[in-house]
Design a protein. Structure first.
Length: 107
């Protein structure tokens, strides 16, 4: 650390990279972003807009000489996203079972 300044965690640059809320175009504040998962160089970040309260979920990948991000608007709170992230994925058998149930039980 130089000059006694605390080094910013790399994922926090996501807020500057993403920039603005896609709903109301308000600039995101760094404090509105919450990091909740990491694997290798990938980070999952949840951002809530201070103005319109919309939620944005982003996967940020730090690679080589830069970063890349893909994200989506969501209705999930950060707590919901964290909880669902730790659950197992839906299996193909579960998808087929659901399809069969819906096909056979439509009114």
């Amino acid at each position: 650390m130089l000059g006694g300044k605390k080094q910013t965690e790399p994922w926090k640059s996501t807020v500057k990279f993403i920039g603005r809320c896609p709903i109301c175009n308000t600039e995101y504040k760094q404090e509105s972003a919450r990091f909740f998962a990491e694997q290798d160089s990938s980070h999952l970040v949840h951002i809530t807009c201070d103005k319109c309260s919309s939620n944005f979920l982003a996967m940020v990948v730090f690679a080589g000489q830069g970063l890349s991000s893909v994200g989506m608007i969501t209705d999930l709170s950060c707590e919901d996203a964290m909880r669902l992230h730790h659950r197992s994925a839906v299996s193909l058998d579960e998808v087929i079972e659901c399809h069969e149930f819906l096909k056979n039980n439509l009114i």
